[in-house]
Write a protein of this length. Structure first.
Ligand code: ATP
Length: 366
């Protein structure tokens, strides 16, 4: 089933929907520009309405861009219909034919293409094997679990050996445990086949755990593209920082930079910071972004920011301390709490920032 991997390129792609009642057009996707490398799995991540599905549908050919160009490999597919693009799309509703067996559901695409019966048999068996359903060919889809139905849908998408697999929130109908299992399965199969894949989700954990790279979108714009670690550790905006993980934000003034460390003024105290978004400068008012694991609690008066423990939540391998401060409530994560000092609820404390882990962001969110 393996095929040569291809890239997917979007060049300045915009999609404008005309509003029928004479209101302003909706710009669903605004100047999208990216390359998905051959064999890569890239996720489009963002809140509802940010343009993820429209972007995917333009790659599939179900929507045509208002402006811009889409290439699969070196071929310009911008105006080609879906069946001429060598892509397969898997949706959140499985779309299986209830009156056909699992085998016939998977074979359907090949029968349409008039592939020889022997070849169909071989490929159906291969793809059912790939998704772990080798012995389920005779079953009706209605007699399968949600996760198994999803696997049949995946086998059906893959049997036509598309160059590009497009997945639109494929796991959102499944419960949490099945979602986790299917995530691992999808990644395994995608890697085994070396198939280029674009995956749409609004679930950050799904995006982080599946992707080689994540494209974060908001209001039709791409806000950042990077590997999961990169967008988590080095977000360039407050929006991306908050969307991909828990974070607290503090208003700071940026002083000079010395020995690779920025000096920030946080309510009269100096905090040294190693990392900053590319667009920040000395003298700026900025935002200091801190993930819960980049903060530490110590004796009141000894750290960068004083506060009081409002609540502790014990999670086994970690403990979350919610600390009230003049800048609002701040979440501090204490890993392996049995080996650390834990301040009790109601105790006065001080928060210390890990200079290497916190990050300066520009206040400008436009
Ligand atoms: P969700 O996670 O809710 O599916 P999304 O990020 O996939 O959201 P899109 O479905 O791409 O977002 O929609 C982007 C914007 O375009 C939204 O404002 C949506 O209302 C609008 N839109 C999408 N399809 C159409 C259409 N056919 N006609 C008019 N507006 C549309």
């Amino acid at each position: 089933m393996k095929k040569k991997s291809v890239s997917v390129t979007l060049k300045n792609v915009t999609k404008r929907f005309k509003d029928v009642k004479g209101k302003a057009d909706v710009i669903a996707v605004n100047g999208a520009e990216f390359v998905v490398e051959p064999g890569e799995l890239v996720t489009l991540l963002g809140p509802s309405g940010c343009g993820k599905t429209t972007t995917l549908r333009m790659v599939a050919g179900f929507e045509l861009p208002t402006e811009g160009q889409i290439l699969i490999g070196d071929t310009d597919v911008t105006m080609l219909p879906p069946n001429k693009r060598d892509t397969a799309t898997m949706f959140q509703s499985y779309g299986l034919f209830p009156h056909m067996s699992v085998y016939d559901n998977v074979a359907y695409g090949l029968k349409l293409r008039k592939v020889a019966p022997d070849e169909i048999r071989k490929r159906v068996n291969e793809s059912l094997d790939l998704v772990g359903l080798a012995t389920y060919g005779d079953r009706a889809p209605g007699k399968l679990s949600g996760g198994q139905q999803q696997r049949v849908a995946l086998a059906r998408s893959l049997i036509v050996t598309p160059s590009v697999l497009l997945l639109d929130e494929p796991l959102s109908n499944l419960d949490a445990l099945l979602r986790e299992q299917m995530r691992v399965e999808i990644k395994r199969i995608q890697r085994t086949l070396g198939i280029t894949a674009i995956y749409v989700t609004h679930d950050r954990v799904e995006a982080m755990s599946l992707s080689d790279r994540v494209i974060v979108m908001k209001d039709g714009f791409i806000r950042q593209i990077g590997a999961p670690e990169q967008i988590y550790e080095e977000p360039d905006s407050r929006f991306v920082a908050g969307f991909v993980g828990k974070a607290a934000f503090f208003p700071v003034e940026i002083g000079g930079k010395d020995d690779g460390l920025w000096s920030c003024n946080l309510g009269g105290k100096e905090v040294k910071v190693a990392k900053a978004a590319p667009n920040v400068q000395t003298g700026d008012s900025a935002v200091l972004m801190a993930r819960p694991e980049s903060l530490r609690l110590q004796e009141h008066g000894n750290g960068h920011l004083d506060g009081k423990v409002r609540m502790n939540v014990y999670l086994g391998n970690s403990l979350e301390s919610f600390v009230s401060t003049p800048f609002g409530e701040v979440l501090v994560q204490i890993d392996d709490p049995h080996s650390k000092r834990v301040f009790k609820e109601g105790e006065l404390v001080s928060i210390d920032f890990n200079s290497e882990r916190v990050r300066i962001l520009n206040t400008d969110e436009a």
